[in-house]
Ligand binder design. Structure first.
Ligand code: FES
Ligand code: FE2
Length: 398
């Protein structure tokens, strides 16, 4: 009761236009509420179908206290099974990826098939009903080859996003991409500080020297607006430039939030790479480099940046109140061959460097927010998306 009171007091004291009070990052009960109201409710990127091409292939998708086995079942469909044994709760699958015919719990050896159905339970009485004791399943939805998972009993709908962005998925060939590499970056800070940092490019010029050489959005706002206007006027491309803004508090009732936009890169920069040079074969229906990149987000913690020749995915997940991870996914065209069409070091260079910059600024931010003297500070106009995130966040925990 006392804790509920302190959370509602905190929410009541929230001032739009300012950063959050320190206690939003420190309160363990609030963290529990965030897990329940945000991470158990919204759609999150789990991975890509190219990670599990064969029947029985699986990988684990994990955050906070949860572990989910994402697997390809016998009929070729993708299943998401809660990695919690229906006997006494042990983790059933301990490998983070692999191939299995069935999942056998290491504790007392109950065995579950690729759909999560209980197929063997040693020495249980005759009246024990195996059909009632399968692994719990999470909802799965695909967008192209991207695998999204929702732990909600009744998930938000992705139908608006799927209909609206069907042309984008087609133009960039979402059905025909593959995951080139995924890297995980642990960050010693509350997940919101990491997610908030990704919502604004106010920090891009001072904090990301390499990124700022490539992306026009790191320029001052007037210059960026001018470049964007010229880009929109002169673009003859078949790639969609029309934005869709249904993110965070702008999402329609019952629908998952999402966003799409296309922005120019700095003149002459063709990709998100050293010197803006091409790093992989052009995606989808692109016929030439357009010196632009598209942004796409689904739900509150999954973001994509689509260059003409590769796509970057981001995912921010809490591991505890004070720690989170940022997962980076690099996607290339499905038929691209490593070593011939792309090289992992060249492909990953810019965003590996950029996330290391981000990790540093996020941790420095956390140190300041932890101070006795920290007070919420005024946001700039360049932090409009951060404002949407904060407004949505307050609603989500209220
Ligand atoms: S906890 Fe899994 S078989 Fe007992
Ligand atoms: Fe950044």
């Amino acid at each position: 009761m006392k804790s509920e009171n302190s959370i509602s007091k905190l929410i009541k004291g929230y001032k739009p236009g300012y950063s959050l009070e320190q206690a939003f990052y420190k309160n363990p009960d609030l963290y529990k509420k965030e897990i329940e109201n945000i991470f158990h409710k919204h759609w999150i990127l789990a991975g890509h179908i190219s990670q599990i091409p064969e029947v029985g292939d699986f990988f684990l998708f994990e955050f906070a206290n949860e572990s989910i086995i994402v697997t390809r079942s016998k009929d070729g469909s993708i299943k998401a099974l809660l990695n919690v044994c229906r006997h006494r709760g042990s983790r059933v699958c301990l490998e983070d990826k692999g191939n299995a015919k069935a999942f056998t719990c290491p504790y007392h050896a109950w065995s579950f098939d690729l759909d999560g159905k209980l197929i063997a339970a040693r020495y249980m009485n005759d009246d024990f009903d195996k059909s009632e004791n399968g692994l719990h399943r999470a909802h799965v939805e695909l967008a192209g080859g991207l695998i999204f998972i929702s732990l909600a009993e009744h998930p938000l709908s992705l139908s608006q996003m799927q209909d609206d962005l069907a042309d984008v998925f087609d133009q960039f060939g979402f059905d025909n991409m593959k995951l080139a590499i995924q890297k995980t970056y642990p960050i010693n800070a509350n997940w919101k500080l990491a997610n908030e940092n990704y919502q604004e490019c106010y920090h891009c010029a001072p904090s990301h020297k390499d990124f700022a050489k490539i992306h026009a959005m790191a320029l001052n706002p007037a210059k960026f607006d001018q470049q964007k206007e010229t880009f929109l006027k002169t673009s003859e491309s078949n790639i969609r430039t029309k934005p869709s803004s249904f993110y965070f508090d702008l999402a329609k009732d019952g629908q998952e939030g999402y966003q799409y936009d296309r922005n120019p890169l700095i003149k002459g920069m063709m990709s998100g790479s050293k010197g803006g040079k091409p790093v992989a074969p052009l995606l989808g229906k692109l016929e030439k480099y357009e010196c632009a990149a598209s942004e796409f987000m689904v739900g509150p913690v999954t973001f994509f940046l689509i260059y003409d020749d590769h796509m970057l995915g981001y995912r921010f997940l809490p591991t505890s109140l004070d720690e989170c991870i940022c997962d980076l996914f690099w996607f290339v065209r499905g038929d691209a061959v490593e070593g011939k069409d792309y090289d992992l070091e060249t492909l990953t260079w810019l965003w590996h460097e950029t996330i290391l910059d981000d990790e540093k600024i996020i941790i420095d931010n956390k140190k300041g927010v932890d101070s006795h003297f920290y007070k919420p500070g005024k946001l700039s106009d360049m932090e409009a998306m951060e404002q949407h995130f904060l407004d949505w966040y307050i609603k989500s925990i209220s």
